[in-house]
Design a protein around this ligand. Sequence first.
Ligand code: ATP
Ligand code: MG
Length: 358
Amino acid sequence: MKVGILGAGQLGRMLAIAGHPLNHQFGFLGNSHNEPSSLLGCMFVNDNESLVDFADVITFENENIDVNDVNEVIKTVTVYPGVESLFTTQHRGREKDLFDQLNIPCAPYKMVNSEQDLKQAVKAIGLPAILKTATDGYDGKGQFLIHNVNQITEAWSSMKEKESILEGFVNFKRELSLIAVRDTNNNHKYYPLVENTHHNGILRLTIAPAQSIELEVQKTAEQYMQTLLDKMNHIGILTIELFETENGLIANEMAPRVHNSGHWSIEGANTSQFENHVRAITNMPLGDTTPTHPFCAMINIIGEIGNINTALNISNAHLHLYDKKERANRKLGHINITANSQDELNDSIKKLSDFLPK
Ligand code: ATP
Ligand code: MG
């Protein structure tokens, strides 16, 4: 099939790399001919119409796209995961409303459109709390952690008049995420919960599976996921970011797409998140999500490429670069590690410690 992707970044690139062996062809909607996906299929530079002509099915690699554009596209060609998933997940308020509606625990929240709203929200929720823009945030951008009431004016002005959401601060033990896939016949498959470590709002390390997760906790996360997938009639990969707390799991946010915390699955699972997304949207049977090794990890390469030979010289490390230029805080690639023991995993991570924040 011909798969069209709205976007041409590293996620599109890895979807195409996974889809080529299945005999699919790819087309990308990008802003230039020099994007991470450029050499993996047809590039359509700011040309929606040609992408629509090309594609048998369309998907997206970024939820910050205009729903009106997608509504136009679906008049001609199917778009998966679907408009409902896109509309819900691109707005933190709608996302949290859905969590509430489905009885999925999340932090207390209030929508904020003025400094006055923020004062009232702080009264209702208490401090500390995090103010976030309702739309367009990523890598922790557009967020303000409020510790005391004297910061309210500064916090609101940092939102630049954008609709925002105030969330109660969650005292979490660990950050986890769950990735799952649903096909057009309502089959679901789940990857194991993974543990994510962020630095300055950017994901740096994923441990997969997360260690010491009780079966019950995995089952609870899967149950939340299933209700979300079914409610939104989502086709393809969906990711939920979760906080692990003393009182169980708390949902943070969702992404209607393949996710950085699932990159380990390229070598670490029988079928990667990328291949499963492609299979789901092209009506192929879903692949097995079981890990290939009991201990896997993913280290992001951020800002500068660094000494990649270190990774190339480790037998159980797998390098993935995205063909992007070095720039501060930019995701340039990642290294996957597959290991048969905790010691082997720790040892490999240690050898790659130059890629992690000090
Ligand atoms: P990304 O694109 O990296 O997923 P984002 O910009 O969409 O991030 P969030 O995931 O909502 O934003 O927040 C970024 C990080 O801030 C979280 O991973 C977590 O570490 C912290 N954080 C967010 N919300 C809360 C909260 N309510 N309580 C405590 N910490 C939080
Ligand atoms: Mg997040």
